[in-house]
Design a protein around this ligand. Structure first.
Ligand code: TH1
Length: 836
């Protein structure tokens, strides 16, 4: 039947409701409208930044209309929804992505052209939304794109940091310096403040159990802070479906601390209002390390409490009993950062909804899903008990209760196994005691997954081994990571995308959402004309990168060389050190040659880009070495035509979009067993770059897809690493014996070939002593792999064939595939069609 119009005169409403602007005149009208009214400017005083803002606001109008329709449909259909909780969303720029997903790029370019602006210049005006450190945050962004594109009712929840990941500057000596990233400075046209969506979040105070025969307690006092919602629209690709990323900002509670005001202590009142705002002021720039800082725990609780309150309010709107919560809500925990959501849901159920403990635990464990992203011990989150007691006293009680019931069950299954109980306890003994968040996330979740086949096996056999024995292996599985082919092919490499559409003879609408279709192009590897087009596109992408480096850094790059790229966070386990020592080895080899011999060498340009955590000084020292090696190499007249080296500062999503399509080979060379998955490996391959890597993370699955003859693997395998490490400590051998080539490299560094050798000693010593990451053990194997790459590159036609085969077998690594696995096997979610 026909629904009753909810308010006022239906005709007046309907006549005035806007539709999408999709033709050039409508788009121009909307842009000019925003120039005039939203920006209060005119044709006389509009610069590129203003034009970008007006264009962005007009695109946002379209997104809002689709968003409204999508959310209304969700409200009507009451489907099960999934929420992706991530402390990081590394979104990058939004305008180009939105235009491509809405399929309006051509119309917008035409319109801005008519208004006197070049669209490509406008796109460059946008600042990256860099609310993440690296792969984990970018994965969350890819998953949002895929959820909307697959028409799944998924929302993201995160924090609206005032400052994203720091801006990296490199001093003349090669020292990394960090500057704040005030990304909101020029206004953010992509967010919508929701002044009507606010929640109070409590900290500190005291928790008193009622002891009335129920498990209830009352938590009171302390400090209350307001969580204010900002919504970011997430457009699906070629669909009306537009999802939401809700980011929380912390604000002081109005009228808060009236006592201080009354006492005339104005300063103290202002101070506490500052402390409220501080919660969401900055993204922690540490990748893979935890510091146990109070503010970080505050961030985690603030965000999970606001997000859960929001979900529960939405769930209550459909009027179902609370026991049905897991039938309507699935929550994916992106690593352990949101684990406080588990005791928080227990607190809400037990203390506020008066649900019995066992029922509450059942609801909780049917709602959450936990993704582990690393097995590195330094990255496993632990919170000191005294800190938890102080900041979240009620949650500590709940964690203790969860632990007590849990250990009782373990004791029942393994009677008398005291050691097992100690190993599995949520509380690690020590001074202070610490709460093991990965264990809490594990026992509080329906399912646990790793992010690539090998990594998921390692989760089961190392950090969560006891839990597999206790709960059974069925709870633990794998979802190999993926990347969105929209941003990481169509957007960053439009020429390759066009060639694919032309060759498949289907519009990109089809293959971008069914990436396995690329396989159909495999036979074209044998087609010389196709190879020529393919190679020309790679060449133009290399020139685009060279142009970018020329205009931003003033450096001249040899585009006839092989482009060899390693871009990722700087961490010892990722072994940028192996790469730079390999570069030095190549340099020494070139210096040993005669001028005639050198002429036969294939020129190579090596690119690095990497941010180091501000307090990670060995990582910073490695950056310093790279920069100083570059200074010497690029100035050496004998070798600079054969070997150039660049460290590109301030790595970001938008820099990656220029670098990745330009690479001939990229390096993913972590010590086996340390890189959980890696996702840039997938991006390079999808853009026809070959892969040089260790048998680690998703490299292994990439190798399976492309075939052994199209990738370059080297190094010790995961099962061997433990023994090698043991030997490095208990039966050490000098570097000279393990690898004379490396010994020579280390000695020229310490003798000062790249400036004061002394400063590098602490880094060199990590290799000479202990060598935890197997640099010396893998060096010769690495050099050998580099040689194989050189040899393969000599046969240009064969190289192009490998490039084509690599790109065309990347179907598996679409984040659409990954998100469908989560939707089907974890969340039990159905797509929701949004009517036109
Ligand atoms: C990364 C993993 O290192 C990487 O291998 C993986 O591809 C990516 O996650 C996505 O799954 C991680 N990033 C972080 C960041 C923090 C803590 C742990 C990890 S694991 C802050």
């Amino acid at each position: 039947g026909k629904e009753k119009w909810p308010r006022g005169d239906e005709k007046t409403w309907k006549e005035n409701m806007r539709a999408l602007e999709t033709d050039v005149p409508g788009i121009s009208r909307n842009i000019v409208n925003h120039v005039q009214t939203s920006l209060a400017r005119q044709a006389y005083n509009l610069d590129d930044l203003g034009a970008y803002q007006a264009a962005a606001l007009s695109v946002r109008d379209n997104l809002i209309l689709n968003w409204n329709d999508t959310q209304l449909q969700y409200t009507r259909k009451e489907p099960k929804r999934a929420y992706y909780l991530s402390l990081e969303f590394l979104m990058g720029r939004a305008l180009d992505n939105a235009l491509l997903n809405l399929d309006l790029k051509k119309q917008y370019s035409e319109s801005t052209d008519k208004l006197g602006f070049n669209m490509e210049d406008l796109l460059e005006q946008e600042r990256d939304a860099a609310l993440g450190n690296g792969g984990l945050g970018r994965l969350a962004a890819c998953y949002l794109d895929s959820s909307a594109s697959m028409e799944l009712p998924v929302w993201g929840y995160g924090l609206r940091y005032k400052y994203g990941i720091f801006q990296q500057l490199i001093s003349p000596e090669g020292q990394q310096l960090e500057a704040p990233d005030p990304w909101l400075e020029n206004q953010n046209p992509w967010e919508l403040p929701r002044l009507d969506v606010q929640y109070d979040v409590r900290f500190y105070g005291s928790a008193d159990r009622l002891n009335d025969g129920t498990p209830r307690a009352v938590w009171s006092g302390g400090q209350e802070v307001v969580a204010q919602a900002y919504d970011v629209m997430i457009p699906g690709c070629f669909t009306k479906s537009t999802n939401n990323l809700r980011l929380w900002e912390s604000k002081p509670k109005r009228g808060f601390d009236l006592n201080s005001f009354n006492a005339g202590d104005y300063e103290r009142a202002v101070e506490s209002s500052n402390s409220a705002s501080a919660i969401t002021s900055v993204l922690y720039p540490n990748d893979h390390t935890t510091f146990g800082k109070e503010l970080r725990l505050k961030q985690q609780y603030f965000w999970t409490a606001a997000s859960l309150a929001d979900m529960i309010r939405r769930f209550k709107n459909i009027g179902k009993p609370i026991t049905q919560f897991p039938e309507y809500v699935a929550i994916q925990l992106n690593d352990t950062h949101p684990t406080m959501a588990i005791p928080e849901l227990m607190r809400i159920l037990v203390d506020e909804e008066d649900v019995p403990w066992d029922t509450a635990w059942q609801i909780t464990t049917n709602t959450f899903f936990y993704t582990n992203h690393t097995v590195l011990p330094e990255a496993l989150e632990k919170w000191p008990v005294p800190l938890m007691q102080h900041l979240l006293p009620r949650h500590l009680q709940i964690i203790y209760d969860i632990n007590m019931y849990f250990l009782q069950a373990v004791e029942k299954k393994f009677p008398g196994d005291r050691e097992r109980l100690a190993r599995m306890s949520l509380i690690e003994e020590g001074f202070p005691q610490q709460i093991r968040m990965a264990f809490l996330a594990c026992i509080g979740s329906r399912k646990v997954n790793g992010v690539a086949e090998l990594h998921s096996e390692l989760v089961k056999t190392t950090i969560l081994k006891d839990f597999v024995e206790f709960e059974g292996a069925g709870k633990f599985s794998n979802v190999t990571n993926g990347i969105t082919p929209r941003r990481w092919l169509d957007q960053c490499n439009p020429e390759l995308s066009a060639l694919i559409s032309k060759s498949l003879n289907v519009p990109k609408q089809v293959w971008l959402k069914d990436l396995f279709m690329l396989k159909k192009l495999l036979p074209l590897a044998e087609d010389a004309a196709f190879r020529k087009e393919w190679a020309e596109i790679k060449q133009r992408n290399k020139e685009r990168l060279a142009h970018h480096v020329r205009t931003t850094l003033g450096l001249e790059i040899n585009t006839n060389a092989m482009f060899d790229v390693q871009i990722k966070r700087l961490h010892e386990y990722k072994r940028q050190s192996l790469n730079i020592l390999g570069v030095i080895h190549r340099y020494l080899t070139l210096k040993d040659m005669s001028a005639e011999e050198r002429k036969k060498v294939n020129p190579r340009v090596v690119f690095f880009a990497a941010k180091a955590a501000p307090g990670y000084w060995i990582a910073k020292l490695i950056i310093r070495l790279i920069v100083n090696v570059a200074r010497i190499l690029n100035a050496d007249p004998e070798t600079k035509d054969y070997l150039q080296l660049y460290f590109l500062p301030d790595y970001s999503v938008s820099l990656a979009e220029v670098l990745i399509p330009a690479s001939d080979i990229s390096q993913h060379i972590s010590t086996a067993g340390t890189e959980a998955s890696g996702t840039s490996n997938m991006k390079f391959c999808l853009n026809g770059g070959l892969l040089l890597g260790t048998v680690d993370g998703a490299n292994i699955e990439i190798g399976e897809e492309v075939g052994e003859s199209n990738v370059f693997f080297f190094g010790y395998l995961t099962p061997e690493v433990e023994q090698v490490r043991y030997n490095n400590i208990y039966h050490p051998r000098p570097v000279e014996e393990k690898s004379p080539a490396l010994a020579r490299v280390l000695s020229v560094v310490s003798q000062g070939m790249f400036g004061d050798g002394g400063i590098y000693e602490p880094f060199l010593n990590t290799i000479r002593q202990g060598d935890y990451y197997l640099i010396a053990d893998d060096f010769d194997s690495y050099i050998n792999a580099l040689k194989m790459v050189d040899d393969a590159y000599l046969d240009k036609e064969e190289w192009i064939k490998k490039s084509i085969r690599t790109a065309c077998t990347m179907g598996k690594f679409s984040s659409d595939r990954a998100i469908m696995e989560y939707a089907e096997s974890y969340w039990n979610l159905e797509p929701v069609k949004i009517p036109a």
